[in-house]
Structures are given as structure tokens and as C-alpha cells.
Design a protein around this ligand. Structure first.
Ligand code: BDP
Length: 691
């Protein structure tokens, strides 16, 4: 196995379970004929045939699986509680139907039936039996979207799984079957939108030629309930339209976008809308014309509104005009715009205030813009967590952010802001920067597939915990036996914390080397913008380490709700895992463990390296339980990770010692080389690096 099948492997169940499935699911019936119901039936047939070891019969039987919407007369007669399911929820139940014992997969819409079909297959793949099946679920978030940072030349920015999946050259004529498998995988976890091109957008993606290509993909994805979106380059009216300006308040500019939107909707009637990165890292935007982000977003929103489209406007902004604290800038710029955005605009906010670090406190905008729908943006691709080679299950990262209490209102969490419960917003969303490319295993490694999977599951329900999601994934990806699932989930659950430990312990951030963000570079101090340098973030000197974000420093803590700000203002009440994010502390300050800050950092580095060594040993024990190809690649990557965790640990320790001149705590191994050796190391080529 090469990983192509992802979690949709449908390998035969144990003999007894397969026999039960043959008995309980003798055929698959579809009660209507829509493209979505057709693909749902195909998937159920494929799944049942694989799991039961026998092709399911066509037509009727004594015990079929029936796929039908609530509009079906027989389903209506059952008076099932479909009203609460909305457009996308489902109900799967073993019931009596027309005098037969059937497994009914139903919903208000055919999309709901598709999701129910995948839920049934997941249930079977993870050990459930149809005899007692009773599943019901409704997504808590409306837009569950992948952001592809795919360039038109096939390079994926920060992509570590090969070239872009979209073959722009052969589109729109050739519709690679892989596009269908991509859609199946996404539908299976509830993803219902995909932004095809990089947020660092090229205007060309809005030309007729590329609109036709996007339309071909939209045709493939449509039956799977997936809408296509495009990243829009704000200056396109100049580049494509020959206008002199892209000023959002200029009527000609607005008219150009309106005509462009009309053109796109003629080709893609259910086009989702635009994603925009404006005035960030060199991208053009409304600020170029002294207009606000709301002016820019609303102008685009007006263009897509007649078609039911939306605009996802990113809040990832930072400018070198205010280098005091990069972490404060998005809030400073966006908070005053609360209430100024059109109804079909949703502001897309990264999980943390800097940039997808191994750990960041939640972004202070969550809970601070009650009048504005905010969607959260996670990075599924591991730009700062060891690319595709390091094993880091991101479920705990997603869950940690989503479960964070904003303290704006009693009990309010980031998940409540994202799912709209906090303010009653119905336009809600979660975006994930995709880790998908043309590698056979899609994501660069088997375990990276788990991050795509977890993102989808948590976008459907942001209150899900990381461990049960990992269990589902492991059962489907390997086998539903505790002898495999337990150790695999064991490895996964601590893996992200291990990366935090060996890269950025105690709330440190952005210590990666220049450009590629792969290896350590805590010493880097020569980049042209101060906030690009690791030394800007850790502020280590002889006396201490950390970024003072309290009143005596940048006062970024004041961007949080007052009760939380008070807590974060004091190192004693700041969670230790975020300590050096918020405070500059003496190296010898004592922590809860009794160790000093310095000793604790060293302890964490060692714990991170040890964790990887333990994962390697655990994986070695699974050698004969897992197919050779996937096992071997993972084993090789774990060896790389162990070597590089040590590199991170040694390089970092060597550097800190050059700053603090402290000895290593007793019994601790010194770095293998001196600091100069680590500084001289070059990573000659790194994939996905925009430079
Ligand atoms: C940073 C990446 C950069 C992206 C940027 C973004 O390094 O490649 O363009 O985020 O999110 O993490 O726009």
C-alpha cells in the first residue's frame, strides 16, 4: 500500500463481522436520482464490497441499505426528527421500512445523505455493526474550507507533498480521476469548500482561460457538495482590466469586479466566492488607496452578493511601520472595523497572532469582534512543524485553540466564536491551509493524512476532542484493532507537544531559520525587517529570555478580555506553556517543577528528543502489523525526525549558552558540536519556499 487510499481503504472486516455485514446490507437502494445520490450509492457499494468481501447486489433485497431524502414518501411516513438536521446533517438508522428491516441513510438534502453514507462507512470501518446503527449529526460550522496555496506554475507554497494537484496545463479538458478521489476524501470528512489558488494570488487566475479550468474542477467537485472559491488579487482591475487604480471606492473598479463576478458565475453557477490576502507581505489592498479593509471587502462582497457568494477576508496583516509588536497588529487594525463589514463577508483569522507556530495562544480577535463573523484559519501543512518528515498530529493543536476560553463572556470559547453560538452568527467557517499535493500518499506522509482528516472532522464539530478523532483515523488507516490503534494513537497524541519541546519550549516562537522555516536559527538577527528575525521574538540576553507583552512591554495582553488580560499580566498566573510568549523572565526564575527557566527549557528539549526516540521504538514494534511500504516510509521519517530533533535541541542549547553563559544542568549532555558548526549549516533546498 502506498497510502493513496487514505482512510477510505475499506479492507475486509474480520470473518464474523464481514458475514454480519453481508446479512444486514444485501443491496443498496437509491430513492431518487441526483448526481449526489449517485456518487453516494457508488461510495456505499464500494465500501460495503470492500468491507464485507462481497459485491453488493443491485436493486431490492430483504435487508438493503436505503439512501433517501426526507422528501421520499416512505421516509416521510416514518416521521423522523429531520427538522433539526438543516441542509447538511444526516440520520442513519436501522429501521423497518416498507415491511423490511433496512439501514436507512436519510437527510433533508442529498448532500446530507452523502455525509450520512460516509458516516455509516466510518462507523463500520471503526468496528460498528449495522444491526444497532443509530447515527445523527449536523455540522456546527457552515464553511469547512481548504485553502490551497497552489501557484499556477504547479509549485505549492509551503507544500511538502509534491507539485500541485491541479494540472492547470491539461485542464479544463482532462479531468484527472484524482480530482474525484480528492473530492471523495473531502466529502468523507465534511469539507464543503476549496480555494484553489494561493492567497499570494496571481491575477491570471481570474482570466477566462483559468476560470474555465476552475469550472472544470467545480464540475467534478459539485456532486460531492464541494464549492470552489478563488483567491483574488486585489489589483486585478489594473493588471487585467487596464484601469489606473484598484481603489475600492472607485465606481469603475467596483464595476470591473461586478462584471468579473458575473463572468465567473456564468461558468460556475455555485461559485463560493473570494478569499483575499490584502496589504500583507507585499500583496496589494485597499490600504494602498487609504481605504480600510472593510471598504475593500465590502466592494468585493457587493460583486458576489447577487449570486449568493461570500468574501473571506484575511486578517493576517503586519507592517514594518509598527515593529513594536507584530502580534498586536491584526487586532489594532481590525477591531475598530467591527460592525463595518457587509453581511456576506467573513473575516479569516489565523489561530494565533503571529504565524502558525508550534504553539501560540489563541488570537485576541476571537471574541473581540462580536458584530463580525470570524472564521478560524489553521495550517494543516506543517510549515513550522518539520514539514512532511516530522510526525506531528495537529489534532491537539486545533483542539487546544478551539477550547481556549476567551473570557469575553462566561464560558465563551474560541469554538463558540467559530461556530457562531457566541453571537448568533449563521455565516461561520473554518479554513485549513491544505497539505495536499501530487505525492501518491497525498500529504507527504501517512501521518500527515491524519491532519487533513482531523481538520475536516473538527471543522464539522469544533468541540471534538483530538484523541477520538485520532482513533477513528488510525482504525481506518491501519486496522480497527486495539493492538494497532492504541500504540498509534499513543504516538500521535504527544507528537505535537514533542515538536514544541524540541523547537519552541515554554511559549517561545519563530526561532526557525530564514526562508524555509525548517531548521533552527535562534541566532538570526540580520534580516531587513526586525520582526522577521528570531532574536526579535525571543529577546534573550544575559539576564533573561522572552517577549514582554505586559504593560512594561508591548502590552499585547490588553488585547484580551480584561479578566484574561489580568491573568496573563502576571507570570505566576500565565500558563507555563505560554510563559515566554508573554513575559521576559530571568533565566533563574523558578517554575512549578522547581526547575529554573533555563533548566526547564533544557528539560523540554530533552523531553522532545526522547519522545521521538520512543515513537521510533513503538513504530518498530508495529513492523509486522502494518503493510511494508507505509511502515518503511514512516520508519525512515521517524529516523530523520530523531536526528533533526537532536539538531534542534543541540543548536538551540548551544545558542542559549552563548547568550546566558550558564552551565548545563547536572547530568545533561552537551550539544554534539559548537555553535559555529550549527550556524554554518545550510539547508540547500527546501520545498515550498517562496523565495
Ligand atoms: C506565512 C507563510 C507565507 C504565507 C503567509 C500567509 O510563511 O508563505 O504567504 O503565511 O499566510 O506563514 O499569507
Amino acid at each position: 500500500e502506498d497510502g493513496y487510499d487514505l482512510w477510505l481503504r475499506y479492507r475486509p472486516l474480520a470473518t464474523n463481522d464481514a458475514a454480519a455485514l453481508q446479512r444486514d446490507a444485501q443491496s443498496v437502494e437509491r430513492r431518487d436520482d441526483t448526481p449526489t445520490l449517485r456518487v453516494a450509492v457508488d461510495e456505499v457499494r464500494r465500501g460495503l464490497a470492500g468491507l464485507s468481501g462481497r459485491a453488493s447486489a443491485d436493486g431490492t433485497s430483504a435487508h438493503p441499505v436505503v439512501l433517501a431524502t426526507g422528501a421520499d414518501r416512505d421516509v416521510a411516513a416514518l416521521r423522523l426528527p429531520l427538522a433539526t438536521l438543516g441542509d447538511e446533517g444526516y440520520l442513519v438508522r436501522s429501521t423497518t421500512f416498507g415491511g423490511r428491516r433496512v439501514t436507512l441513510v436519510t437527510a433533508n438534502t442529498d448532500r446530507g445523505v452523502l455525509y450520512g453514507s460516509f458516516a455509516m462507512l466510518r462507523y463500520l470501518q471503526t468496528g460498528g455493526s449495522l444491526a444497532s446503527i443509530d447515527l445523527t449529526s449536523t455540522p456546527r460550522v457552515k464553511l469547512r474550507v481548504l485553502n490551497h496555496w497552489d501557484n499556477l506554475d504547479g509549485v505549492v507554497e509551503r507544500g511538502y507533498a509534491g507539485q500541485s494537484l491541479w494540472d492547470w496545463w491539461t485542464l479544463p479538458d482532462f479531468r484527472d480521476p484524482r480530482y474525484t478521489d480528492y473530492a471523495r476524501a473531502n466529502a468523507s470528512i465534511g469539507i464543503n469548500g476549496t480555494v484553489l489558488n494561493n492567497v499570494n494570488a496571481k491575477a491570471e487566475s481570474l482570466t477566462p482561460r483559468y476560470i474555465a479550468k476552475a469550472a472544470a474542477l467545480a464540475d467534478v467537485f459539485r456532486p460531492y457538495g464541494i464549492k470552489v472559491y478563488l483567491s483574488a488579487r486585489f489589483s486585478a482591475p489594473i493588471e487585467l482590466g487596464g484601469l489606473k487604480t484598484a481603489d475600492p471606492l472607485d465606481p469603475q473598479v467596483a464595476a470591473w469586479w461586478k462584471a468579473k463576478a458575473d463572468e465567473i458565475y456564468r461558468a460556475i453557477p455555485d461559485f463560493g466566492g473570494f478569499l483575499v490576502k490584502a496589504n500583507s507581505e507585499g500583496q496589494p489592498g485597499p490600504r494602498d488607496y487609504h481605504r480600510s479593509h472593510a471598504d475593500g471587502a465590502n466592494m468585493l462582497a457587493a460583486a458576489v452578493a447577487p449570486h449568493g457568494g461570500i468574501v473571506m477576508w484575511r486578517a493576517f496583516v503586519y507592517a514594518d511601520t509598527d515593529p513594536e509588536d507584530r502580534a498586536k497588529q491584526a487586532y489594532t487594525e481590525f477591531k475598530p472595523l467591527d460592525g463595518k463589514f457587509a453581511d456576506n463577508v467573513i473575516v479569516q483569522v489565523k489561530n494565533g497572532a503571529i504565524d502558525f507556530q508550534p504553539r501560540e495562544p489563541f488570537h485576541p480577535l476571537f471574541g473581540a469582534m462580536p458584530k463580525t463573523p470570524l472564521m478560524i484559519e489553521f495550517q494543516i501543512t506543517k510549515e513550522y512543524l518539520g514539514f512532511a518528515t516530522h510526525l506531528a498530529y495537529l489534532g491537539p493543536l486545533f483542539a487546544e485553540t478551539l477550547a481556549s476560553e476567551t473570557m469575553q463572556k462566561p464560558g465563551e470559547t474560541v469554538a463558540n466564536v467559530v461556530d457562531g453560538v457566541a453571537e448568533g452568527h449563521t455565516l461561520t467557517g473554518m479554513a485549513g491551509v491544505a497539505n495536499i499535493g501530487r505525492d501518491r500518499d497525498w500529504a507527504g506522509s501517512t501521518f500527515n493524512q491524519a491532519n487533513w482528516y482531523a481538520f475536516g472532522r473538527m471543522a464539522w464539530d469544533p468541540t471534538l476532542a483530538a484523541a477520538p478523532v485520532a482513533r477513528e483515523w488510525a482504525a481506518m488507516t491501519f486496522a480497527p484493532t486495539p493492538a494497532i490503534v492504541d500504540p498509534v494513537v499513543g504516538m500521535m497524541m504527544g507528537s505535537r507537544e514533542a515538536v514544541v519541546d524540541y523547537m519552541t519550549p515554554l511559549g517561545l516562537a519563530h526561532l526557525m531559520a530564514t526562508g524555509h522555516h525548517y531548521g533552527p536559527g535562534p541566532w538570526v538577527a540580520d534580516l531587513k525587517r526586525s520582526e522577521w528575525n528570531p532574536v526579535y521574538y525571543h529577546r534573550a540576553d544575559k539576564t533573561g529570555i522572552g517577549f514582554d507583552r505586559t504593560k512594561t512591554g508591548s502590552d499585547a495582553v490588553a488585547q484580551y478580555a480584561p479578566a484574561l488580560a489580568r491573568r496573563l499580566a502576571d507570570p505566576a498566573t500565565t500558563p507555563e506553556r505560554e510563559l515566554l510568549w508573554f513575559h521576559h523572565l530571568p533565566w533563574d526564575r523558578r517554575l512549578a517543577s522547581g526547575r529554573t527557566v533555563w533548566a526547564e527549557m533544557v528539560h523540554d528539549y530533552d523531553a522532545g528528543v526522547d519522545y521521538v526516540s520512543t515513537m521510533r521504538r513503538q513504530w518498530a514494534l508495529l513492523q509486522f502489523s502494518i503493510d511494508a511500504e507505509r511502515w518503511t516510509k514512516t520508519a525512515t521519517y521517524l529516523a530523520v525526525q530523531e536526528r533533526e530533533a537532536r539538531w534542534w535541541r543541540d543548536a538551540s542549547v548551544a545558542y542559549w549558552m552563548s547568550v546566558n553563559h550558564l552551565p548545563l544542568p547536572p547530568g545533561v549532555a552537551p550539544p554534539a558540536h559548537d555553535l559555529a558548526w550549527y550556524k554554518a549549516l545550510k539547508v540547500p533546498y527546501a520545498p515550498g519556499n517562496p523565495q
